[in-house]
Design a protein. Structure first.
Length: 400
């Protein structure tokens, strides 16, 4: 089977920014990740073997001078020492265990240095999705010419509605070609005439380079969740925000707040943080409800929410983004990160519902034990982690 991931920067930007912050603040940290298929999919026989072969092929991938030059131009906030680290980075299959049980369910686990294993999550999810459609034959339904037209029409609607939006779809894309088609169509549409809205860019660094658009993204839940595991969830957001601003000196100022729910974040979101960070990202819960909580919090601190950006990225589609734009524009500066709806929306094909989450961390390899962690979503039933860990974190936060 052909190699699926061929480029080092075929990955989300926030894996790079978080890696930089990890090395800066937790250079000896060790972590564990675990794969979850929320649909409890039965995978084809031999799937884990093929997946392991694709992971082994990652060992031959290194960052190129062109990729480094592009990131230097576009990612001004990354320090020069980080590029030296990337040039020396090598994947190692030993960090990954992938297998199928007797029923065919897929299990994947990572373990190792946080700075090393951080680059596996998005790539492995993209491999799993692509490989699944290949091995089940569903990729024969992929009509890329029709997909270009379908994507162009989505872009027209979003741009006409005044939406500022980006592609966030690498991790659950139908294929690399699908995401490539999306960026090509959206850039073409955005340049066809003047629009009220804006196609901002893509989270995929390689495709941003290929099409000369902006690589976008800041951070993911894993940064806060790992800190919550090491120090406890009560002050995890406070610690994370402090470390983030110290590493990036005010750049990358959009904070993802929902790792342990709104209530504990709000207690940690003091006036200095609210003024420092450019805005917040909504990734779970009811969008309208979350926005009004954000608006009320800013107002309570004497800050005009219209001066702040709110990025919506919770399972959005075109209709949902346009609906949010209509009401959010009166309260803030809304923008949208749209994933699966952009990169896995072929007729007759069901997108996969898969995630890989950081589940345990220790601040140094000298520790003889890990601290478990979890993610407490604002969506009912979407907490991620061992049930006993979720229960313990909820009790620590006074949640029911």
């Amino acid at each position: 089977m052909e190699q699926i991931i061929r480029h080092f920067t075929d990955d989300d930007l926030y894996k790079f920014t978080m890696c930089c912050a990890v090395i800066d603040n937790f250079p000896r940290a060790q972590v564990k990740y675990s794969f979850t298929d929320r649909d409890n999919t039965i995978y084809p026989e031999g799937f884990a073997r093929e997946l392991n072969e694709q992971i082994a092929l990652l060992e031959g991938i290194t960052i190129t001078d062109d990729e480094v030059d592009f990131m230097r131009r576009k990612c001004y906030y990354l320090p020069e020492w980080f590029y030296n680290y990337l040039k020396g980075y090598r994947f190692n299959r030993k960090w990954v265990k992938a297998w199928q049980d007797d029923e065919g369910h897929l299990h994947v686990e990572f373990e190792g240095s946080w700075a090393n294993t951080i680059f596996l999550e998005v790539k492995v999810l993209a491999i799993i999705s692509d490989l699944y459609y290949e091995m089940t034959g569903q990729n024969k339904l992929f009509d890329y010419d029709a997909y270009y037209d379908k994507t162009y029409a989505k872009a027209e609607r979003l741009l006409s509605a005044g939406c500022a939006f980006s592609d966030f779809g690498t991790r659950r894309r139908a294929s690399f070609k699908a995401e490539d088609t999306v960026i090509k169509a959206m850039k073409a549409c955005s340049q066809s005439r003047e629009w009220p809205g804006k196609f901002v860019g893509t989270s995929n660094v390689y495709l941003a380079m290929k099409y000369d658009v902006l690589p976008v993204g800041t951070m993911a839940h894993e940064f806060v969740c790992a800190i919550g595991g090491m120090y406890g969830p009560q002050m995890a957001n406070n610690i994370a925000m402090n470390l983030w601003r110290n590493t990036f000196r005010g750049a990358l100022g959009t904070y993802l707040y929902d790792s342990f729910g709104w209530d504990i974040f709000s207690l940690n979101f003091s006036e200095d943080f609210a003024n420092l960070f450019k805005g917040l990202r909504v990734d779970s819960g009811d969008n309208r409800d979350q926005l009004m909580r954000i608006v009320d919090k800013y107002r309570s601190l004497g800050i005009d929410p219209k001066t702040k950006q709110v990025i919506f990225s919770n399972a959005l589609d075109t209709d949902g983004a346009i609906e949010i734009q209509r009401f959010a524009k009166d309260y803030c500066q809304p923008s949208f990160g749209i994933g699966t709806h952009f990169t896995n929306d072929f007729d007759g094909v069901r997108p996969m519902n898969i995630v890989i989450k950081l589940v345990a961390a220790k601040i140094t390899e000298a520790w003889t034990f890990y601290n478990d962690t979890c993610k407490l979503s604002e969506d009912e039933g979407k907490h991620t982690g061992k049930p006993e860990v979720v229960k313990r974190f909820m009790q620590a936060l006074g949640m029911k």
